[in-house]
Design a protein around this ligand. Structure first.
Ligand code: PHE
Ligand code: ZN
Length: 857
């Protein structure tokens, strides 16, 4: 469809330019007459001059966003009006008094492949409005600080018609919905389709009964129960832990196959990527179950942190996202194992956020400018944003945190807020000055923290230094407040100083501990108390000691990880063999059945190959992805040989005989058994993996076996059988695409991915499938960075093809190139050529243009 309004120019938007909108919206009435290629949207919006807007009546501007809309008629107070077309929307002459604006527009949901606005997915209509999609539905002040109650009427012959809020009248061919809670347009949603409900109810603690539904396409109704249970747990948890109750009669969740992100917290009508909601033991892994539980919780928790209290502007995105990620992590820790959750979160933070913070895309948790907001749904906003909340809680204590949150909810309910509002409630609730803490929101980059120790007459001193390297646009960094959790052990392994929170505020600062008989062994940054890189030279012995004795589970795990990393770095640097001290220490841990199987499985994990590349780059060396891959192979092989006996025992011992459950205990056992299988697999040429593949009755075991078979070059038959078994299940076929690529040898990964893009089941239109293929290649460092450059070329070819269809997913996937400056001159030249080719593509989207330009620097 032809764009009726001129395309907005790529323009940088600055936080400092924020101005409230000239008008407020009192009420929104929307009527949708759904038709695949010609949906009519008829709106009636009550506006009034905004007393909060500083500008006076004479320069009041009535601007409405609108993108790709075909206007049929526009009226102000019943009189037809002709708009002035301006970049990004329209301008009208409006009275300096309350008035009604009416518009009828036509849109084409069937042609909408960007999956933003109103679009179609497998015959069903659905919407995605965050961040700026509502302007593709109708003319509106599409900004988060304009809040209004919405009434919606949907006309369509489809059987299920849903929108936000409480259901009103409905009948053949129509349904009405009313959302009493004022909300910004980004929380609007509509769904229409031939859907099946998985129903339930929840009674809130004040006695309201809420109708709950998980809506899916026919055929998926057997995969809803887990999501429903997760929802009910989340609702109860938010009442118990944060005192937050649900506030409507209905809560709907809809599963959609074509979706750019994980899920969306639309008021009363959460829309989910089907991968984040559908679950069954046969088709989903333990990790899938855990992710689904966390995303259901995350979206539900947004009802208070995001919806009832929203963001003033998109610079404040972390206000809702950092806090909600923090809340969902607390929830998961409560449902499962706190240390396991913390460890996996830190692995993820280092793998994605540290990588971002160390490269050309580094930005503050609260950025001060952007071109395309969709490019800022990043690990920094989400995961580092959540770390900042965790630090605040450590600094003010649990009670201070609870007081501050209560004040936040009572003071700001119904408002669109800023980080200043957020920090102020903490300052008022606790009497603490958070001026310095605010730097965490304003300065990008990961602080490097190092320490030295001294011991004198019973006094032990730790001297810390912090330093943050420059990031784009921010050459100089000020010292941050860093909560450093420290414990001390004496040489026989007893804890002589339980965890204390040191508060570092200076660039260099010392802390002393008195009355110690012997020089203690420090356990620093327990629980990963701050998102920093701890740089500390330590001997293998001390690390092995901490792995055996630290009372802090995170730091025990970290000690093992440090040993593995040191061993890999030495292998790469000196061509040495695997470190025996590491192997011995790990072996004793594996043998120790008093240790949680999930913890042992984590301890068996290795750092990411990309983490090693980053560490080498940090140390001023040029990583060679192929050499890194080989070092990992050597180390894994050495472990398999050294751990043969224990692997065989653990494999047998941790087979689950009880009926499948995705709970923490069973998944821990399966994780350890599968890790053992992975080791045995290297020595038995796939015999055990084949047996497991043939007998598996759940996806966790079937997929682990398949990937093991592929790893030893024995996957062909299993790959074919897996496809035959699951070809009707899109989510399982996504796994089938990924596992063949991630398990391929480095020189073959790009060829496998290339071949799979030619498979009849490959489609550019489904983001999950695109990510399962090209994203999987990008996650195989040695395959993606193959010296021939074929990995780079394949990704770029596909990004160029995807961009006109789906700019958001294209731009997001460009981040695979963000680490390019770490590599050798040949690889840099190859990547640069692909990035320049991308940038030179005619009509490249604003999303991708911004991303590639920033990556090129
Ligand atoms: N707000 C969603 C969440 O974090 C993420 C999202 C952003 C989804 C933009 C779609 C588009 O829960
Ligand atoms: Zn969110």
């Amino acid at each position: 469809m032809k764009d009726a309004s001129p395309q907005a120019q790529p323009e940088t938007i600055y936080l400092k330019d924020y101005k409230p909108f000239s008008y407020t919206v009192q009420q929104v009435d929307l009527l949708f007459r759904l038709a695949a290629n010609a949906t009519r949207v008829i709106s009636k919006i009550a506006f009034a001059p905004n007393p909060q807007a500083e500008d006076q009546a004479e320069n009041r501007r009535f601007f409405l966003h609108g993108e790709g809309l075909k206007p049929i008629s526009l009226k102000i107070d019943g009189t037809p009006v002709t708009p002035r077309e301006v970049p990004g929307g329209i301008e009208l002459d409006a009275p300096d008094a309350p008035f009604t604006f009416e518009a009828e527009v036509e849109i084409d949901p069937a042609a909408n492949t960007a999956l933003e606005g109103l679009y179609m997915s497998n015959g069903m209509y659905c919407t995605q409005c965050e961040a700026e999609g509502f302007r593709k539905i109708t003319y509106y002040p599409d900004r988060p600080d304009v809040l209004a109650p919405f009434d919606v009427r949907i006309e369509s012959d489809l059987p299920v018609l849903l929108s936000n809020g409480n259901p009103g009248t409905s009948g053949p061919g129509f349904a009405e919905w009313s959302d009493p809670w004022p909300k910004p347009a980004y929380l609007f949603a509509l769904v229409a389709g031939d859907l099946i409900a998985h129903p339930d109810t929840f009674t809130t603690r004040s006695g309201n009964t809420v109708d709950l539904n998980v809506w899916v396409r026919p055929g998926d109704e057997g995969k809803c129960a887990f999501a429903m249970e997760s929802l009910k747990k989340s609702m109860r948890w938010d009442e118990e832990v944060y005192g937050r109750e649900y506030d409507l009669n209905t809560f709907n969740i809809v599963a959609v196959d074509d979706f750019n992100m994980g899920a969306m917290e639309n008021k009363g009508l959460n829309i989910f990527n089907s991968s984040a909601v559908l679950a069954s033991s046969e088709t989903s892994t333990d990790a899938n179950f855990e992710r689904i539980e966390a995303i259901i919780a995350h979206e539900y928790f947004h009802n208070w942190t995001g919806n009832r209290i929203t963001c003033r502007d998109w610079f404040q995105l972390c206000l809702k996202e950092g806090l909600t990620v923090f809340r969902d992590a607390q929830f998961t820790a409560d449902q499962r194992s706190e240390p396991v959750k913390r460890i996996t979160d830190v692995i993820d933070l280092r793998g994605r956020q540290f990588r971002e913070d160390n490269g050309p895309l580094a930005h503050p948790v609260r950025p001060d400018s952007f071109v395309e907001i969709n490019n800022f749904y990043t690990a920094t906003i989400y995961e580092k944003g959540a770390e900042l909340i965790g630090m605040l809680k450590r600094l003010v204590g649990d009670e201070g945190y609870a007081k501050a949150l209560d004040l936040y909810f009572t003071r700001h309910d119904g408002e669109a807020c800023t980080i200043e509002d957020w920090l102020t409630v903490f300052e008022e609730a606790t009497g603490r000055d958070l001026g310095q803490f605010k730097r965490w929101y304003e300065q990008a980059g990961t602080p490097r923290l190092s320490f030295t120790e001294s011991f004198n007459n019973g006094t032990y001193t730790l001297t810390f230094k912090q330093q943050t390297p420059p990031t784009p646009g921010q050459p100089n960094k000020d010292p941050r407040v860093i909560p450093i959790a420290v414990g001390l052990l004496n040489p026989n392994g007893d804890e002589v100083q339980p965890t204390t929170m040191l508060e570092m505020t200076e660039a260099e600062q010392s802390f002393t501990f008195d009355g110690l008989a012997t020089k203690p062994i420090p356990s620093v940054l327990r629980g990963f108390s701050a998102p920093v890189i701890l740089e500390h030279e330590s001997d293998t012995q001390t690390r092995a000691f901490l792995l055996a004795h630290d009372t802090d589970p995170f730091n025990r795990w970290q000690a093992g990880r440090d040993l593995a990393q040191e061993s890999l770095l030495t292998m790469l640097r000196d061509g040495a063999g695997p470190d025996n001290a590491y192997l011995d220490a790990l072996l004793s841990l594996l043998r120790d059945d008093t240790q949680d199987p999930a913890f042992r499985a984590l301890a068996l994990g290795l750092p990411g190959q990309d983490d090693i590349a980053q560490t080498l780059a940090d140390q001023g060396q040029t990583p060679d992805p192929q050499a890194i891959w080989e070092a990992f192979e050597t180390l894994k092989h050495a472990r398999a040989e050294a751990f043969q006996d224990v692997a065989t025992r653990l494999y047998a011992q941790y087979q689950v005989t009880a009926p499948y459950s995705p709970d923490a205990e069973q998944s821990g056992a399966r994780a350890l058994a599968n890790a053992a299988m992975g080791m045995i697999n290297r020595l038995d040429g796939g015999a055990l993996a084949q047996k497991q593949f043939d007998s598996a009755d759940n996806m966790t075991q079937q997929l682990a076996a398949l990937s093991a078979l592929i790893a030893v070059g024995k996957g062909d038959a299993a790959v074919a059988r897996f496809y035959d078994q699951w070809q009707a299940d899109r989510l399982v076929i996504d796994k089938w695409f990924s596992v063949q690529i991630t398990g391929a040898r480095p020189d073959e990964a790009a060829d496998v991915a290339q071949r799979l893009t030619q498979h009849p089941d490959f489609t550019m239109k489904n983001p999950n499938r695109f990510r399962a293929t090209l994203g999987a290649l990008a996650m195989h460092p040695a395959g993606f960075h193959h010296a021939s450059g074929k990995g780079y070329a394949l990704l770029a070819d596909n990004l160029i093809a995807l961009d006109p269809l789906n700019p958001q997913t294209t731009a997001r996937m460009c981040t695979s190139f963000q680490t390019w400056r770490r590599y050798d001159a040949d690889r840099q030249a190859l990547i640069k050529a692909q990035l320049e080719r991308l940038l030179a593509t005619p009509d490249l989207s604003r999303d991708t243009t911004e991303m590639v330009s920033r990556i090129l620097g």
